[in-house]
Design a binder for this molecule. Structure first.
Ligand code: SF4
Length: 390
């Protein structure tokens, strides 16, 4: 299962008047979707038992993350933090450590803060109405709508990339991913859809499921679609080209030079700043630069002779991070201000980014990463982390 969830789309200005066609027969569309969904729904773990808390956790996990990866991590996370109160009361480092493998750690911090707000303001019960949900840290209109409709049955609209695509094709409406006017139109049509639905939550889930499994970006399977007879995009033959792809922002490349130093007391770690990329996570001592730094300069900066043992590229949402991994040229003692030693056996309890785990893998540090422990989901990409001997 490798379907990527679509990015959640933001909330339009309520006063905006979106242009675009109104989709006809939305009552029939919702009826067909609700009839199709029970047999078509994938058996995902957060669907087996519904609660506001489980929906909150799964929705935050699914943002910009593959479904298969969330399937791997969801059960262990809710077992570790079974209630809003358990999550709210936990130290942030424990939450970040349990989030390992999912990336985008900002979501984990938001989830933690949302749980604390629910504990402090709502008696540890996830609120049911949109206004209270959207007031929680990190909860946008999409996530609030998903929880309010799917768990509590309210006629709350949702729009993510999947929903925008299905609605645009249904209307044969030329939209573009990421275009604010397209999103305003989709929110309007999604609102009309749930207002016409007998079971808004089922309609919403069916719409998302249809976009993820049938009405896929490049090759919609219209012959398997429950709303094919209502679809203007299918009738016009243009469905596969709607919506147009998002205009890409220019990606920035940065260079990170990481030093792996292990002795009998463990591995040397530093803590990242509390803001920015991988905020508050731990990593090997790392020198960041807009340009690649030569090994002699790095040796001088760290105070020991080092050699480069590996390199790899890590892609984030806005950046390309070129990692170069270094180790001491020979056995030596080393202390660096602001770092601490962590025994290898305890490394899994420390909040490390996926990239930091990969640095250790590349350096041959004998650690069992949370990723390899969960079935080898992220196999090291040897072709892009080759030793250089430099
Ligand atoms: S008929 Fe085809 S294009 Fe239209 S909603 Fe269904 S899968 Fe998508």
């Amino acid at each position: 299962m490798t379907i990527r969830t679509s990015p959640r789309l933001g909330s339009p200005s309520p006063s905006a008047s979106p242009a675009g066609p109104e989709i006809p027969n939305l009552s029939l569309v919702s009826t067909l979707l609700e009839a199709w969904y029970p047999a078509a729904a994938r058996p995902l773990p957060w669907r087996s038992e519904r609660s506001g808390y489980r929906a909150l956790v799964s929705e935050l996990m699914l943002q910009q993350t593959q479904v298969a990866r969330v399937v791997d991590r969801f059960a262990s996370f809710v077992a570790r933090f079974p209630t809003v109160r358990a999550l709210a009361d936990a130290p942030q480092q424990d939450v970040l450590a349990a989030w390992q493998g999912l990336g985008y750690y900002r979501r984990a911090r938001f989830l933690h803060r949302a749980a604390q707000a629910i504990r402090d303001t709502h008696g540890a019960e996830v609120p049911q109405n949109l206004a209270d949900l959207t007031a929680l840290p990190g909860i946008g209109r999409y996530t609030a709508g998903a929880i309010a409709s799917i768990v509590f049955g309210q006629p709350a609209p949702i729009v993510d990339g999947n929903v925008l695509r299905v609605l645009s094709r249904l209307a044969d409406h030329d939209t573009r991913m990421g275009d604010p006017s397209a999103e305003r139109w989709a929110w309007r049509e999604s609102t009309r859809l749930v207002q016409a639905a007998r079971a808004p939550g089922v309609t919403n889930e069916a719409l998302m499921e249809l976009g993820a499994t049938v009405c896929t970006p490049a090759a919609p399977r219209c012959d398997a679609c429950p709303i094919a007879a209502q679809c203007a995009g299918r009738a016009s033959g243009r469905a596969a080209s709607i919506p147009a792809p998002r205009r890409r922002a220019e990606r920035r490349t940065i260079h990170w030079h990481s030093l792996v130093h292990v002795d009998e007391q463990g591995v040397l770690l530093s803590e990242r700043p509390t803001t920015g990329l991988w905020a508050g996570m731990h990593q090997p001592p790392t020198i960041e630069s807009d340009e690649e730094i030569k090994v002699d300069a790095l040796s001088a900066a760290w105070g020991i002779q080092v050699k480069r043992v590996a390199q790899f590229t890590h892609i984030t949402s806005h950046r390309t991070v070129e990692f170069a991994v270094f180790m001491p040229l020979s056995d030596c003692t080393l202390t660096i201000a602001g770092t601490r030693r962590v025994p290898l056996a305890l490394l899994e309890s420390v909040a490390l980014s996926n990239a930091a785990w990969r640095v250790f893998e590349c350096a041959g540090v004998p650690v069992k990463t949370p990723l390899s422990a969960s079935g080898g989901r992220r196999a090291p990409r040897a072709a892009r982390s080759e030793p250089t001997g430099n």
